[in-house]
Design a protein around this ligand. Structure first.
Ligand code: MTE
Length: 330
């Protein structure tokens, strides 16, 4: 992976969390007042997927999972840190199907058409099923989650996602007892994803999780970002988010999810197994063979900050890895 930063990320300002939270509270207050115009405004703000086919129930879904900010912080659903600006999140991307230049992905992906998208969920499940994007909300609420994102290249962001907790989707297809892992696959279509004409990676991009990781409440299938539908460059229409793992686990534009018994292949491990492990948990104590993972560049900030164990989600996920030698299982 190219680990050079462009310098452009340092120029954009960050959105303070408090400002965003206040804006949310404000809009929610207006919604409760119930006038037509006011609810429309609240709806626009709250419905994280407003431009998608998903529209009508999203606001109810959010209301049904309303937790206090303290509860959200405790579960890791929210971080009390400044969010990275939307402009940085949507202009500094890794998505090799479109470009290997982070600053060129957004332009290269701008016409990516995701109409009629389907996700096939199959393998060791009792009820294999094909989901459209609107179907996703039938298995669980679309929730807002504000997560840290730490790329293996040592840059990081704080991103407000909207999405479905993956456990709800997996529950819906009823895993068999033999299922131990979940494999994910990106669309393979070199016409729509011209980067797939190059051999920089083996295509399609594939990723995987252990089943217990996939069922963890932090694991999200994101369909929205910053209160809008997911932009193409961030993995439209649906991508994986596992905030305690390096960003490359966050496979974009998913078309297939397969429950399997053995560890599935993953794109970066296949590319360089000594550099990119299957677990890929953020760990400041285990350096990448070519650079330290002790610190990171938060996009939009000056200077570097210390990288946190499990990217700050130790309280939520450390028990998944008890007894593992993390320098071997990286
Ligand atoms: N998914 C696909 N299909 N192709 C990719 O090249 N890049 C990964 C991950 N998911 C990638 C992908 C990497 S290396 C990172 S760091 C994140 O996406 C970046 O997500 P972002 O561009 O939304 O910040």
């Amino acid at each position: 992976m190219n680990k050079n930063l462009s310098g452009r990320e340092l120029q954009d300002e960050v959105t303070p969390f408090s400002l965003y939270a206040n804006r949310r509270r404000f809009m929610k207050g207006i919604g409760a007042a119930g006038t037509l115009a006011a609810s429309a405004a609240a709806y626009r703000w709250f419905n994280p997927v407003r431009k998608m086919e998903l529209d009508t129930a999203a606001i109810d879904d959010l209301a049904s999972v309303e937790l206090t900010n303290e509860q959200r912080l405790e579960r890791g659903f929210l971080v009390d840190e400044a969010m990275t600006s939307e402009s940085n999140i949507i202009s500094y991307n890794n998505f090799y199907e479109f470009s290997t230049d982070k600053n060129a992905v957004a332009e290269a992906a701008k016409n990516f058409d995701t109409k009629g998208w389907q996700i096939r969920v199959e393998g060791m499940v009792h009820k294999p099923r094909t989901f459209t994007i609107p179907d996703l909300k039938s298995v669980g609420p679309i929730e807002e989650r504000i997560y840290r994102m730490r790329c293996v290249e040592a840059w990081s962001m704080v991103i407000p996602w909207a999405g479905l907790q993956l456990s709800h989707l997996i529950d819906a297809v009823e895993p068999m007892a033999e299922a131990k892992y979940v494999a994910f696959e990106t669309l393979y279509d070199p016409v729509r994803m011209p980067g797939q004409k190059s051999s920089v990676l083996e295509w399609p991009y594939v990723e995987g999780l252990r089943l217990d990781e996939a069922m963890h409440p932090l694991t999200l299938l994101a369909v929205g970002l910053y209160g809008k539908e997911l932009p193409a460059q961030d993995g439209a229409p649906v991508r994986l988010v596992t905030p305690w793992k390096y960003g490359f686990k966050g496979i974009k534009s998913i078309v297939k999810i397969t429950l399997v018994s053995d560890e599935p292949p993953t794109s970066w491990k296949r590319f360089a197994p000594s550099e990119y492990g299957f677990l890929a948990n953020v760990n400041p104590n285990v350096p990448h063979p070519r650079w330290s993972q002790a610190t990171e560049q938060r996009i939009g900030e000056n200077g570097r900050r210390k990288t946190l164990m499990y990217n700050g989600y130790e309280a939520q996920v450390a028990s998944l890895y008890e007894g593992l030698d993390l320098s071997v299982n990286f």
